[in-house]
Design a protein around this ligand. Structure first.
Ligand code: AMP
Length: 503
């Protein structure tokens, strides 16, 4: 037996150990040879610190090449890598460390003091900063022996990622070696990654998108990553002539579209733009195609499932859809009440099954049992439909469904109508407590130039949507609240406007 996930990296190592794996914004270059040495050094350091197979290694650090080596080192040591969002407060970190009980916690040196209380129960607390300096890096520097990978099978855990928790408390999704390896292989094949690929990587590395979708896919093809610490449209444009692909959340695309330099010649060397983690507006898809000639490839997944669907590489990339189930993934739409499978074009709960689907929630057997069907399908919590051509459409999270006067309203349907109006940038439709209706449909709208007023929006929707779907009120705001992955935080909107209808 080998180390199942790291074996995939080994199989795809370029023949030339000098080949660049990661280049940072400062122009620092880390080769595949460095990857092998540094990840081995981290694995040895963790082992020396007492980390045993199955132990968790929790990490809250800024993005760097070193944290990727630490991730791979944890995997090679047989440990479970547990990255935490850099935005989490000490109180939140305290909850995660108490829940996960890691053997080691690595944090930013600047936060060491602030996190002292939260991490008091962890045996080993080390540091690592954005430049790759800190006691964790020093512990790796001290290692002299080559590291022999700890054997791990397909079902052993490689990582725990806490879900982004836009509602409710975050749960730790347990991901096995095969969950990650199978998805990386599938994405390499589906998106045609080769050693020639150079991927612009401006995503955070504590989330499934930046860590697994982007990094593992490049690792599994022997390509190169151009690391940026965060979304920076100008720098992305500068990098495009040297790159072949980019993965981003929808905000990447809307922000890049504001750059006058974005055009066909700037993107001529690029072969692939991928979007996910939040819905891409059909308008953004169209604008991007008009400006660059490239059709953005939208895909759908979640922390618990890795990637489940993708628009085709060759074939129609249909705006407003997330494409078809990936090879090996089964997807169905069911009636949330009865569980019966629904016919095409009918909205219901999306369920998926396949090697991509996680092993359950950390120390939450009841929650895990409640989210899986007896036949192994995972209930995603996303509502959607499959159209007659087999493309999956996501209409929103189950918990965002609005029930008004006993009728179901899917926010996406209302948002799509509002977003199509001239003078509207975007909208979020939510349900707010309402004495008569239970929930009152409410639109929160970001106006553009020459925006319509509330009465004009309501007049536009009349006749286009059934009366029960029409908002009772339209509120205007400069910006919708979003988390780091570009998801609109409807829970915040619901809290802010909770008393709108006086109940
Ligand atoms: P996370 O676990 O943070 O990756 O969030 C997963 C959730 O993001 C999914 O359950 C969907 O609600 C949403 N999501 C991901 N990709 C898309 C997409 N392409 N379109 C719409 N929603 C998406």
């Amino acid at each position: 037996m080998t180390n199942h996930l790291f074996a995939l990296v080994r199989e795809n190592l370029p023949a030339d150990p000098d080949k660049t794996f990661i280049e940072t914004q400062e122009g620092r270059r880390y080769s595949y040879g460095d990857l092998l040495l540094r990840s081995g050094a981290y694995a040895a350091a963790l082992t020396e610190l007492g980390v045993k197979p199955g132990d968790r290694v929790a990490v809250q650090v800024e993005k760097s090449a070193e944290v990727i080596f630490l991730y791979l080192g944890a995997v090679r040591a047989g440990a479970v890598f547990l990255p935490l969002n850099t935005a989490y407060t000490p109180a939140e970190i305290g909850y995660f460390l108490g829940d996960a009980e890691p053997a080691v916690f690595v944090c930013d040196p600047a936060r060491r003091e602030a996190l002292a209380e939260a991490s008091a129960g962890v045996a080993q607390v080390l540091t690592l900063d954005a430049a790759g300096q800190g006691s964790a890096a020093e512990a790796a520097d001290r290692q002299r022996e080559a590291f022999a990978d700890v054997e791990r099978g397909p079902d052993d855990l490689a990582a725990i990622l806490y879900t982004s928790g836009t509602t409710g408390r975050s749960k730790g999704a347990m991901l096995s070696h095969e969950n990650l390896a199978s998805n990386a292989r599938t994405l390499v094949e589906t998106w045609r990654f080769t050693p020639e690929d150079v991927l612009i990587h401006a995503l955070p590395v504590f989330h499934t998108h930046g860590l697994f979708v982007a990094t593992n896919t490049v690792l599994a093809s022997g390509g190169t990553l151009l690391f940026l610490p965060r979304l920076d449209p100008k720098r992305i444009l500068d990098l495009m002539p040297r790159a072949t692909a980019m993965m981003g959340v929808p905000t990447f695309y809307t922000r890049l579209l504001k750059e006058p330099g974005l055009d066909r010649s700037a993107t001529a060397g690029m072969r692939l733009f991928v979007s996910g983690s939040a819905p891409l507006l059909a308008e953004t898809h169209r604008d991007w195609q008009a400006r660059t000639g490239h059709a953005i490839l939208e895909r759908y997944g979640m922390t618990e499932t890795n990637m489940s669907t993708s628009n085709p590489y060759a074939g129609d990339r249909v705006a407003g859809t997330v494409g078809m189930p990936l090879p090996g993934v089964a997807l169905r739409v069911v009636d949330p009440e009865s569980g019966a499978e629904l016919p095409v074009d009918t909205v219901g709960m999306i369920e998926v099954k396949g090697p991509n689907v996680f092993r359950g929630y950390w120390r939450m057997p009841e929650k895990t049992a409640a989210e899986f069907k007896a036949d192994g399908f995972f209930i995603t919590g996303d509502l959607g439909k499959v159209d007659p051509r087999g493309y999956v459409h996501i209409v929103g999270r189950g918990k965002d469904l609005i029930i008004t006067g006993g009728f179901n309203v899917y926010p996406k349907e209302v948002e799509t109508e509002i977003d199509a109006m001239p003078g509207i940038v975007e909208s979020a439709v939510i349900g707010l407590p309402h004495a008569d209706f239970g929930e009152g449909v409410t639109a929160v709208v970001v106006p553009g130039a020459d925006a319509p007023d509330e009465a004009a929006v309501l007049a536009h929707l009349e006749g286009r949507l059934a009366k029960f779907k029409c908002p009772k009120r339209v509120l205007f705001t400069a910006e919708l609240p979003r988390n780091t992955m570009g998801k609109v935080q409807k829970n915040l909107l619901r809290e802010t406007h909770a008393a709108l209808y006086g109940s």
